[in-house]
Design a protein around this ligand. Structure first.
Ligand code: ATP
Length: 249
C-alpha cells in the first residue's frame, strides 16, 4: 500500500511565540495561537492580560518585537492594508453612522473596503444577520446595541472575509441577544470563517466557542476544547479554575 502524506492544513490566524508590549512594559510574552477556517476561539484573561493587545497585533497596530504573525499567510506588521482586507473587526461598541440607515451604512463601509454594494447582496446579508426587512432602511441612531452588532455581522457576511475578530462582543447584551449573537457566529463558522473573540463572558464563550483559551503572564496558559455532549464545557469547573488561578497570580 502506498502512503501519501499531505501537508497539514495551515491556520488562517497564526501567532507564533510573539513577544511585544508598550515602551518598557511587555504585555505578550511568547504568545502562540493558531485558528483554522471554521473554528471559533474564545480568549479569556484578567483585566490587562493582553487580550486587546492580541487583537491589535493581528490588525497590525502593534508589531511583534520577536515572533511571527500571519493572517491567511500575510504578515500584518509589514503588510497591514492587505492583512486587514482579510479581516472583519467588531469592537465592543460598534461604530456606525447614526444618521445613515442600516443599508446605507453597509453600502458605505463596503465602498470603503473597495467592494461593490449590490442592493440584493446587502438585503441578504442584513436578513441573514437577523434584521427584519422593515429595519433595513431605518436610521441606525434608533438601533439597540444588539441590532448594531447585527449590522456589523451583516457587513462581515457581505464582505466574505475569512477572519472575524471580536472584542467583548456580548458585553451589554441581554441573554436573548447573546444567544442570537452566538447563533450568528455559528453561521459564520459554518461558512468557514476563522473567529477569535476576546471576552470576559465565560458563559457566552461556552455557548459557541470550539476552544476557550486563558491568557496569563502574556501567554496562553490553558486551552480547553468543547466536548460533544449538550453541555459543551463544564462552565462551573472552568470558572472555579480560572478564579483560583487568577487569585494565585
Ligand atoms: P481588559 O480586559 O481590561 O480590556 P486586556 O486583556 O484587553 O484588558 P490590554 O488592553 O491588551 O488588556 O492591555 C494590556 C496591558 O497593556 C495593560 O497593562 C494596559 O494598561 C497596557 N496598554 C494597553 N494599551 C496601551 C498603550 N497604548 N500604551 C501603553 N500601555 C498600554
Amino acid at each position: 500500500m502506498t502512503e501519501h502524506s499531505f501537508p497539514a492544513k495551515q491556520p488562517i490566524l497564526d501567532i507564533r511565540e510573539v513577544i511585544t508590549g508598550y515602551g518598557d512594559t511587555l504585555v505578550l510574552n511568547g504568545l502562540s495561537l493558531a485558528i483554522h477556517a471554521g473554528e471559533i476561539q474564545a480568549l479569556l484573561g484578567a483585566n490587562g492580560a493582553g487580550k486587546t493587545t492580541t487583537l491589535n497585533l493581528l490588525l497590525g497596530f502593534v508589531r511583534p518585537r520577536s515572533g511571527q504573525v500571519y493572517i491567511n499567510g500575510i504578515d500584518p506588521a509589514t503588510n497591514p492594508t492587505v492583512a486587514r482586507r482579510q479581516v472583519a473587526y467588531i469592537p465592543e461598541n460598534v461604530a456606525l453612522y447614526g444618521h445613515l440607515t442600516a443599508r446605507e451604512n453597509i453600502a458605505y463601509l463596503l465602498d470603503l473596503a473597495e467592494q461593490s454594494a449590490d442592493f440584493s447582496v446587502i438585503s441578504e446579508a442584513l436578513t441573514a444577520a437577523g434584521l427584519n426587512q422593515d429595519v433595513h432602511d431605518r436610521r441606525i441612531a434608533g438601533f439597540s446595541k444588539g441590532m448594531r452588532q447585527k449590522v456589523a455581522i451583516a457587513l462581515a457576511l457581505a464582505r466574505h472575509v475569512p477572519v472575524l475578530l471580536l472584542d467583548e462582543p456580548t458585553s451589554g447584551l441581554d441573554p436573548l441577544a447573546t444567544m442570537e449573537f452566538s447563533r450568528l457566529l455559528g453561521k459564520l463558522r459554518d461558512r468557514g470563517v476563522a473567529i477569535l473573540m476576546v471576552t470576559h463572558d465565560l458563559l457566552g464563550a461556552a455557548d459557541v466557542a470550539d476552544r476557550i483559551g486563558f491568557l496569563r503572564g502574556g501567554r496562553l496558559v490553558e486551552q480547553v476544547s468543547a466536548g460533544t455532549g449538550v453541555e459543551r464545557f463544564d462552565v462551573s469547573a472552568l470558572h472555579r479554575h480560572y478564579l483560583n488561578a487568577e487569585a494565585l497570580r
